[in-house]
Design a protein around this ligand. Structure first.
Ligand code: NAP
Length: 367
C-alpha cells in the first residue's frame, strides 16, 4: 500500500475517523473474530477482496449476496480515501450530504449484514501463481478461489506540515468533490499536469479567482488545456513558485510562496488549496503479478474487470485514473463481484463436467 495517505487515524475537525460505527461495533468484532487466525491453518474462502473503500465493500455486498462468503482484507485503517473526506455531497441517495467516514461505516455495515467477514489488516504478500491463490495478512494465510483487488489510489501530497494539518479544513486533493464549497472564494491549486489545469478550470465555476501555482516555468499538461487556463479571466498563473506554507490556524487563510530562484517570497490571500500533483495507485504487493499500464495502474481486459490472471479481478481507483469517484469505484466493485461470480460458476461447471467424464470413462473401463 502507498504511504501517501497516513495509516493512522487523524482528527478532521469534529469528524471521527472511526471506520466502525459505534452501534455496529460488536457485530464487526464478532465478524472479524469469526475469521480464524493465528492457528497456522490457512483460511479458505471462495472470494477474498483486498481493500475496504467503496469498490471493495460494494464487491463484498454483491459477493455476499451471491453466497460467495467473501473475506475482505480491508487494511489496518480501512475505508479508503473517504475516511479523510469531510462532506460528501455527490454520492447518490444522500440529498443532505454525508460525512465520508459515516458513509464508509454504512458500506461496511451493509456488507456485514449479508455475511461478509472483514479483517482489519494489510496484505503483506500474495502468491497468484496458481489456484487457490495465496494471500498473507497479519501472519495469517488466506486461500481464495477468486480474488478482487480494490486497493485504491492515494493522492500525492506536497508533504509540508501545514498542508497535513489543514487537510479537510480548506486543503483538498479533489476539486470535483470539494470545489463546490469554495463558492465566491479565492483558491489556489498546485500542479503542472492535466489534472491541475483541468481542476483549475473546474474551480472557476465557483471561485472568484483561481491561483494556479507550478514549480517550473512550463506546464507538462496538454497544450489545449494550457491555452484554456492561460486565457481564462479568473485564472492567474504563478510559475516558478513553490508552496512553502499553507497559512491559517484551523482553516486556510493564505499561502506563502517561494520563488524557484530563491529571491524572495509572496503571499496569496486564498481560502482553499487544491493539491493536484498526481495520484499513486496502491499496487505494491500486486505489481509483480498483475499487468500494469504505463502509469502504474492495474490493467483490466476489455470491458470487464478481469486482470491478466484468470480468477483475479480489479476494481476501483487502483485501475481508474480517469474518474476516481466513490460512485464509480462502487460501480466497479459491483462489476468485479459479478465477474467473479460468473467466473466461479464457469469453473464449477467445467470441474463438474471433467469429473463426470472421469466417472464415465471409469465405468466404461471397469472389469
Ligand atoms: P502528472 O501529469 O504526473 O503531473 C503532476 C504535476 O505535479 C507535474 O507538473 C509535477 O511537476 C507536479 N508535481 C509533482 N510533485 C510535486 C511537488 N512535490 N511539488 C510541486 N509540484 C509537484 O499528474 P496529473 O496531472 O494528475 O496527470 C496524471 C495523468 O493523467 C497524466 O498522464 C495526465 O495527462 C492524465 N490526465 C488526463 C486528463 C484528461 O485527459 N482530461 C485529466 C487529468 C489527468 P513537474 O512538471 O515539475 O514534474
Amino acid at each position: 500500500m502507498s504511504d501517501a495517505t497516513p495509516k493512522t487515524p487523524r482528527p478532521l475537525g469534529s469528524i471521527s475517523l472511526n471506520f466502525i460505527p459505534a452501534a455496529a461495533g460488536d457485530a464487526v468484532a464478532a465478524a472479524t473474530h469469526a475469521v480464524p487466525g493465528g492457528t497456522g491453518v490457512p483460511v479458505e474462502a471462495p472470494v477474498v477482496i483486498v481493500g475496504s473503500g467503496p469498490a471493495g465493500l460494494t464487491a463484498a455486498i454483491y459477493a455476499a449476496r451471491a453466497n460467495l462468503k467473501p473475506i475482505v482484507i480491508g487494511g489496518v485503517v480501512g475505508g479508503g480515501q473517504l475516511m479523510i473526506t469531510s462532506d460528501v455531497e455527490n454520492y447518490p441517495g444522500f440529498p443532505d450530504g454525508v460525512q465520508g467516514p459515516e458513509l464508509m461505516g454504512l458500506f461496511r455495515k451493509q456488507a456485514e449484514r449479508f455475511g461478509a467477514r472483514i479483517v482489519d489488516a494489510d496484505v503483506d504478500r500474495v502468491d497468484l501463481a496458481g489456484r487457490p491463490f495465496g494471500l498473507w495478512a497479519a501472519g495469517v494465510e488466506y486461500r481464495a478461489r477468486a480474488v478482487i483487488v480494490a486497493t485504491g489510489a492515494d493522492a500525492i501530497w506536497l508533504g509540508i506540515e501545514s498542508e497535513t494539518r489543514l487537510r479537510g479544513r480548506g486543503v483538498s486533493a479533489c476539486a470535483t468533490c470539494d470545489g463546490f464549497f469554495f463558492r465566491d472564494k479565492e483558491v489556489g491549486i498546485v500542479g503542472g499536469g492535466d489534472s491541475a489545469l483541468e481542476e483549475a478550470l473546474f474551480l472557476t465555476r465557483f471561485a472568484t479567482k483561481v491561483h494556479l501555482i507550478h514549480r517550473r516555468d512550463a506546464f507538462r499538461g496538454s497544450k489545449i488545456m494550457q491555452a484554456r487556463a492561460a486565457a481564462h479571466p479568473k485564472i492567474e498563473l504563478h510559475l516558478n513558485r513553490t508552496i512553502e506554507e499553507v497559512l491559517g490556524a484551523d482553516h486556510v487563510e493564505g499561502l506563502r510562496l517561494g520563488k524557484a530562484d530563491g529571491t524572495g517570497e509572496e503571499r496569496l490571500p486564498v481560502q482553499g488549496l487544491f493539491v493536484a500533483i498526481g495520484h499513486r495507485p496502491n499496487v505494491a504487493v500486486f505489481s509483480d503479478w498483475i499487468e500494469t499500464d504505463e502509469k502504474g495502474y492495474l490493467k483490466t481486459e476489455g470491458a470487464t474487470t478481469a486482470s491478466n490472471i484468470d480468477g483475479v479481478f480489479v476494481a476501483g481507483d487502483v485501475d481508474d485514473h480517469r474518474y476516481r469517484q466513490a460512485v464509480t469505484a462502487a460501480g466497479e466493485g459491483c462489476r468485479a463481484a459479478i465477474d467473479a461470480e460468473r467466473w466461479l460458476e464457469a469453473q464449477d461447471a467445467h470441474d463438474g463436467q471433467a469429473a463426470a467424464e472421469v466417472a464415465h470413462s471409469g465405468v466404461a473401463t471397469a472389469p
